[in-house]
Design a protein around this ligand. Structure first.
Ligand SMILES: O=C1C[C@@](O)(C(=O)O)C[C@@H](O)[C@@H]1O
Length: 178
């Protein structure tokens, strides 16, 4: 996974150093041993965390990464961080189809949330970026501002860029309450 660091903050319309939380759910800790087609040949949980932080640096924001295999710990983290982070990027991973409490907790923070997946979770198993076990229905999607999927680790880079541009745009969050 490449971590070259030319700055990309020249793309932004603002200069605030936001705090962005990146949450990785169950089984992301085991990334290095998972399916290479879905997750890529060179990825590990640690490298993924570095990749997200590096993109944060390049965008001029702080990335706080929270990785856990336990739904309750993820819930506690969201409750604890809601007032001090500006937005969330979440890969629900093993909680994608089962969690009720985590999407609600994220929604209740009132902060923008982007859902990410390495695979395109809506695509057939026979397709290049579809999950090897077939399409999945996420319980998170109805609660989030947007979604990046199918782009392997680049889903995280796309989500970070998009979230930071949206935070710089003062019409973005207000648009929901019209
Ligand atoms: O653990 C994961 C990883 C995943 O969220 C992804 O990033 O592609 C897709 C989920 O269906 C799966 O359970």
């Amino acid at each position: 996974m490449s971590t070259t660091t030319p700055a990309v903050h020249g793309l932004r319309t603002g200069g605030q150093r936001y705090k962005i939380s990146v949450i990785d759910g169950p089984n992301v800790s085991n990334l290095a041993r998972r399916n290479k087609r879905m997750y890529g040949p060179h990825v590990s949980a640690e490298a993924l965390g570095r990749f997200a932080k590096d993109w944060g640096d390049r965008l001029g924001v702080d990335v706080e990464r929270f990785l856990s295999n336990h739904e309750g710990d993820i819930l506690e983290y969201i409750h604890e961080s809601g007032d001090r982070v500006d937005g969330y990027i979440v890969n629900p991973a093993g909680l994608t189809t089962t969690s009720d409490m985590v999407p609600f907790a994220l929604y209740d923070t009132g902060k923008p949330v982007i859902e990410v997946h390495f695979a395109n979770i809506k695509a057939a198993a026979s397709t290049a970026r579809g999950p090897v076990y077939g399409p999945r229905e996420s319980t998170f999607t109805p609660f989030v501002a947007g979604q990046f999927m199918g782009m392997r680790e680049y889903s995280y880079a796309g989500a970070l860029l998009s979230l930071v541009l949206a935070l710089d745009d003062d019409t973005f969050l207000g648009a929901a309450s019209e």
